[in-house]
Structures are given as structure tokens and as C-alpha cells.
Design a binder for this molecule. Structure first.
Ligand SMILES: O=C(O)CCC(=O)C(=O)O
Length: 296
């Protein structure tokens, strides 16, 4: 055979060929091993992230109650908690909204906001509900237990904002101190302004139509909240008694180009900053627990 005669004639070359073949085999085996290892790590990570990102509603979503609402696009800058106070002041504080991921660790606060814990601890406390229209002029006092059993429902499509009662704000600090002292507000601040909290819980599809006030931060503890914003000089077209959900379904699809809002959906662990006098409207994509830090 040609091959064996070549071996006979050139044993050193044969040794080299054998060496190269065995090296190649070893390399292939190492690559295979490495790929299996990568697959295992990847699979492991996927499992971890699936666990990490599985949605924890805190018990606020009951079976069959979820509305399927779209998170929509996000055209607001997203930063993480490593952003410095200097960067916050020079880029956003007086200029534009920003979403901050991992601004503070509120896991303990989140635990206290689970539905069973809240009902257990605060079920008998009286809370003030506001109508979910732009001016929130109707106020109704009920206990938290009554709110959860009788009002906390997904938004009905044919129900207007002035007919919807929403729990957000009007919190008596002394009564809610046990909860509020566990909350770590975002570390960013505006010079000379102090912070005040507004806390709430609301059903899927509810929200507050466009309005404006001073600057602040808002965070969701459970659920997701879609935010729509316009700068002070661009007043959006809206009816103050029409819910954000009705506006989203009826009016939003007709917007184009410069009429489109700034918008983003925030998840637990994320905070959105709204500058002074920026118009904003909110939509809870799920039953949500949330807290705003108003700067004034
Ligand atoms: O969280 C909400 O639904 C309302 C928040 C809001 O409008 C605000 O913080 O000013």
C-alpha cells in the first residue's frame, strides 16, 4: 500500500502525523467537553433567570383576573444605580425623565407589601380612595379590607376615570410609619427639596390620566406600570375623565411623529423619575403595589 510504503520510507513523518492526529483528537475532546460545560452553565443560568424573572405578584393577582396588556416600547433613557448624583443633576433632574434600575434594595419593603401580610397587619386601617381622573376630586374612606374585597378589580372598559376609585396617596404618615420606614427611596435628590411618599395598590388596567405637578420618583413594588409623559410645553390631548386605558385604546393609536409620548413600563426594582411639570399618565398592566416619592 502506498500509505504503508510511505511510512516505511519516512517513519519520522508518520510519528508527526500520529502526534498531530492524537493532538487533534484531544483538542476535539476538550472542545466537546468545554461545549458540554458551557451548555450546562447556560442551562443552569437559564433556570436561575427563569426563577429570578418568574413574576411574583405578591398575591395581588387573583386567578382569572389578569388583563393582557402590552408593555409597549420604552423611549426613555434607562440607567442603573451606579449613576452618580452629579450625572442625575446634569442630565435629568431639570431636563428629562429617566428610568433607574436597581436604584435601591427594597426587598424587605416588598415582603411587607404582600397581600396576606398587608391584610393581616393593616386590614382594618382606614384608607382614602380618590377618583382615578385627572383632578382626583372625589374622596372616599374605606378600610383596606373593604378596598380589597369591593374595589380592587381590573378596570372595566366602559367605566370612566371619575367613576373608578383608586388607592394612591393621602397616607397618614404616623399610621403607616411601620411600612414606610422600611422603604429606601432613590438616593438621588434635588437641592432644597424634601421628599414625601404616596403609597397605593390598584387593579390591572387602572391608572391615572394625564396630569402634572412637581418632580418625583415612582416605583412599583409588585406588578408593572406603563408611564406616558410629555414635556411641560407639549400638552397632550386627553379628556380628564377618560381612563388611561380608554385613552390607550382609542387615542394613542392615532398618534404619530411628534405627537407620540415619552413612555416606558417599569417593573419591580425600577424607578421612574418625572421632572417638574411634566405631564404624566399611568396604566397598571397588572394588579400593582406602588409608591411615589414627591419632591417639594
Ligand atoms: O402610580 C400611579 O398610578 C400614579 C402616580 C402618579 O401619577 C404620580 O406619582 O404623580
Amino acid at each position: 500500500m502506498k500509505f504503508s510504503s510511505e511510512i516505511d520510507q519516512n517513519p519520522a513523518r508518520y510519528q508527526t502525523v500520529l502526534y498531530v492526529v492524537s493532538q487533534t483528537r484531544m483538542t476535539a475532546q476538550i472542545i466537546l467537553l468545554f461545549r458540554s460545560l458551557l451548555l450546562l452553565i447556560h442551562f443552569g443560568l437559564l433556570c436561575t433567570s427563569a426563577t429570578e424573572f418568574s413574576i411574583d405578584s405578591g398575591g395581588w393577582v387573583s386567578d382569572g383576573e389578569s388583563l393582557i396588556l402590552d408593555a409597549g416600547p420604552c423611549n426613555i433613557e434607562v440607567r442603573n444605580g451606579s449613576m452618580t448624583q452629579g450625572e442625575f443633576l446634569s442630565n435629568y433632574a431639570y431636563f428629562e425623565p429617566v428610568v433607574i434600575r436597581g436604584a435601591s434594595d427594597n426587598s424587605e419593603f416588598q415582603e411587607m407589601c404582600r397581600k396576606d401580610r398587608m391584610l393581616d397587619k393593616f386590614g382594618e386601617k382606614v384608607i382614602t380612595l380618590s377618583s382615578a381622573n385627572t383632578y382626583s376630586y372625589t374622596k372616599v374612606d374605606v378600610t383596606l379590607e373593604q378596598y380589597v374585597s369591593n374595589y380592587l378589580k381590573p378596570q372595566k372598559l366602559d367605566q370612566f376615570g371619575n367613576e373608578t376609585l383608586y388607592w394612591f396617596g393621602d397616607n397618614n404618615y404616623a399610621e403607616w410609619n411601620e411600612l414606610f420606614r422600611k422603604y429606601h427611596a432613590p438616593k438621588y435628590y434635588l437641592p432644597r427639596l424634601t421628599a414625601a411618599y404616596s403609597f397605593g395598590v390598584a387593579g390591572a388596567g387602572t391608572g391615572v390620566p394625564f396630569h402634572f405637578h412637581g418632580p418625583g420618583f415612582a416605583e412599583v413594588v409588585f406588578g408593572r406600570k406603563r408611564w406616558f409623559m410629555y414635556p411641560p410645553h407639549r400638552r397632550p390631548r386627553f379628556n380628564p375623565n377618560v381612563t388611561t386605558l380608554q385613552w390607550l385604546l382609542e387615542d394613542y393609536p392615532k398618534l404619530s411623529g411628534p405627537e407620540l409620548p415619552y413612555e416606558c413600563t417599569i417593573n419591580p426594582g425600577e424607578v421612574i423619575y418625572f421632572p417638574d411639570h411634566w405631564w404624566h399618565g399611568t396604566l397598571n398592566l397588572d394588579a400593582s403595589v406602588f409608591i411615589s416619592t414627591f419632591l417639594g
